[in-house]
Design a protein around this ligand. Sequence first.
Ligand SMILES: CC(=O)[C@@H](O)[C@H](O)COP(=O)(O)O
Ligand SMILES: NCC(=O)COP(=O)(O)O
Length: 237
Amino acid sequence: MTKLSVNINKIATLRNSRGGNVPNLLKVAQDVQRFGAEGITVHPRPDERHIRYQDTRDLVSVVTTEYNIEGNPIPKFIDLVLETKPTQVTLVPDSIDAITSNAGWDTIKHKDFLIEVISEFKRNGIRTSIFTNPDLKIIEGAKLTGADRIELYTEEFAEQYAKGNKLAIEPYVKCAELANELGLGVNAGHDLSLENIKFFKENIPGLLEVSIGHALISESIYLGIENVVSMYLNKLK
Ligand SMILES: CC(=O)[C@@H](O)[C@H](O)COP(=O)(O)O
Ligand SMILES: NCC(=O)COP(=O)(O)O
């Protein structure tokens, strides 16, 4: 069973583009869970261009499923996670001005830092996951940090799959097998979509959770817009 955690960053991006509170992020989080999602993911960035730090706090009272907070563990982020105490924190090595996440951790180079941060989160009862490229050495390194899980960074898979290259799944399969052997849980995310998720899920052993945002919100627009245009036309008759 693989859990679906919906990343609601894009809802906040849309809201922020106008000021005000439309769409209402908390209502979307509640509705998404009512529709069956098993988790809510947010990825606050230092510039707060989408999810704001205050959103992350406000969501605590409405997330009744698994709450996953992703981000680079700079001091401000660590404090936020310790304050909000989500189900899971996913550590992502974003540069300060990254448009979106574009790499996983070098778990060997940053081993000592990761051990320190992860132990603090675990002391506070928060499950920890590390965002990783599909590289066996990096997965071995992740085990040594004390993390509970890895999140496989799936951008390369998604890009190749869209070009018809299904063999791009192979490094992910090998990494998931190794993680299973090492007792690390396996999550995945980035550019997963209605097009590629079934193939990914069917091939990755022990896939515990996927977090999906950009495609899911875009697909919601495509799949909902016909209905909404027709509702407007009815009102304009
Ligand atoms: C780690 C990851 O792949 C996602 O959290 C992604 O980075 C979402 O962040 P943005 O919504 O800022 O693109
Ligand atoms: N961890 C990945 C995530 O939360 C969503 O990534 P994306 O679907 O917006 O690419």
